[in-house]
Ligand binder design. Structure first.
Ligand SMILES: C[S@@+](CC[C@H](N)C(=O)[O-])C[C@H]1O[C@@H](n2cnc3c(N)ncnc32)[C@H](O)[C@@H]1O
Length: 453
């Protein structure tokens, strides 16, 4: 691979003798990984049914290497949200942010959702996940990935951190800033990444990253933790951003993280002040681990006085008769005081959340479905979020039954059931979507935008 001359010079300077190993890895094949969605299945159960060979990623309990030729995206379990396909070193940031159920979590640069899906799984439906990205086009994949994972407690925003500051200062227990970066760890992906580097280099990203973290830290609760990560190697975008944060915020300190074989620590000699605590950061180099490389820093704010927040109240929704009838069959635990209607569409957010202004809100909770004239259309994300025991009429196709894939291709199918009306359709105990049964035929309601291609 031909590296940009300037980049090569910089890397030789950083890596010294290690540069040869770095250069050699560029010609090796890339690693592929999947991360199990523990909201839907335990790692042990997944390994019992896993359809292809996997080997563990050392730094992520639910992360595994897979072979590219096994095509993990072409399997019904992928459509059932049982795993996310992710480059193995990109699994580290969400694994190292110690999210627990009940936390208020912000993923500030979230699209397409590789890390948000894991943060949402770790919450186990308790607390709140705010996933944000400034790019509206990139939020499409973010929404779909969070929905496919069955995450019920997420708010999805499209804004910049500075616009959240007026309403959410000191709100979050945990924040992930997986910052936009010059992507030096992405060069094996293709020429676009290299071209982008040649045009921009590190400098504009380093400036943007400082702006982002300066605002992010305001959103963190006293005692809260923030993880900063990039997939680039440049010290200006890594150690020096953390150095800047620590200099500007005396109440912030670095927290040590567990080292795995092949991990390197942060480099004080690459900062402007040489501060030793930078060693608590982690560097994953692609020539030393099986992955493309990452930088991680875990920070904690000192304890202090917390701000109290009052949640937005919603007027009680008036349900149509058909909607009430649908929810008689649906046993998901819903507090109807926390359901909001928007142009006939129902959204459910169990956790109290402050009213935001000046911020583009794309989703506030789980989209339950739409009240239409004479009927209720349950949503695709509701199907993905349900466990089979939460809906009375469940049709399960065996994995080997050709109807499983035909369902995912949105075809009309035969059903061997006596009951009629809306049914949840799945494979084994994993729901995929909805279907309307009439006279032994299933009218397919699987979302066309999620269709198996
Ligand atoms: C490294 S990518 C995030 C990848 C994502 N965390 C994942 O794991 O799938 C960085 C993201 O930051 C977004 N971004 C750029 N500037 C931003 C800003 N000022 N605020 C929020 N997001 C921003 C980009 O649109 C991009 O999607």
């Amino acid at each position: 691979m031909k590296l940009p001359v300037e980049f090569e010079k910089k890397m030789k300077n950083l890596l010294g003798e290690d540069f040869a190993a770095y250069e050699q890895h560029l010609d090796d094949p890339a690693y592929y990984g999947i991360r199990v969605n523990t909201l839907k299945i335990s790692v042990k159960e997944f390994l019992d049914i896993c359809p292809f060979p996997v080997t563990p990623v050392p730094w992520t309990e639910n992360g595994f290497y897979v072979r590219r030729e096994d095509k993990p995206s072409k399997h019904p379990y992928y459509h059932a949200g049982l795993y996310y396909i992710q480059e193995p070193s990109a699994m580290a940031p969400a694994a190292y942010l110690p999210v627990v159920p009940g936390d208020r979590v912000l993923d500030l640069c979230a699209a397409p959702g590789g890390k948000s899906t894991e943060l949402g799984s770790k919450l186990k439906g308790e607390g709140i996940l705010v996933s944000n990205d400034v790019s509206i086009s990139r939020t499409k994949a973010l929404i779909r990935n969070l929905e496919m994972f069955g995450i019920r407690n997420s708010v999805i925003l499209c804004t910049e951190a500075k616009h959240m500051v007026p309403s959410l200062t000191g709100f979050f227990d945990k924040i992930l800033v997986d910052a936009p970066c010059s992507g030096e760890g992405m060069f094996r992906k293709g020429n676009n990444e290299i071209k982008n580097w040649e045009q921009k280099g590190s400098e504009p990203y380093a400036r943007l990253q400082r702006e982002i973290v300066d605002d992010a830290v305001k959103l963190l609760k006293p005692g809260g933790m923030m993880l900063y990560s990039t997939c680039t190697f440049s010290p200006e975008e890594n150690e020096q951003v953390i150095e800047h944060l620590l200099t500007e915020n005396e109440d912030l300190s670095l927290v040590s993280m567990k080292m795995c074989d092949g991990f390197d620590c942060g480099h004080p000699e690459w900062t402007l002040t040489g501060r030793e605590d930078i060693k608590k950061c982690i560097r994953l180099w692609p020539h030393r681990i099986k992955g493309e490389g990452h930088f991680l820093a875990l920070l904690q704010k000192a304890p202090g006085k917390e701000t109290s927040f009052s949640g937005e109240k919603y007027p009680r929704v008036k349900l149509t008769r058909e909607t009430e009838a649908f929810f008689k069959d649906c046993h998901m635990d819903i507090d109807w005081n926390r359901v909001q209607e928007f142009q006939g569409k129902l959204f459910y957010l169990k956790e109290e959340f402050p009213k935001l202004s000046g911020v583009r809100i794309l989703r506030k909770g789980l989209f339950l479905g739409e009240m239409k004239k004479g009927r209720f259309e349950p949503s695709q994300p509701l199907a993905a979020a349900l466990y089979p025991e939460e809906y009375d009429k469940y049709i399960s196709f065996e994995l080997e039954d050709e109807r499983t894939i035909r369902y995912l291709k949105c075809e009309t199918l035969n059903a061997d059931v006596e009951t009629e009306g809306i049914h949840l359709i799945g494979t084994g105990r994993f729901p995929l979507g909805w279907g309307k049964v009439k006279k032994g035929r299933i009218k397919n309601k699987y979302a066309s935008s999620w269709r198996w291609m």
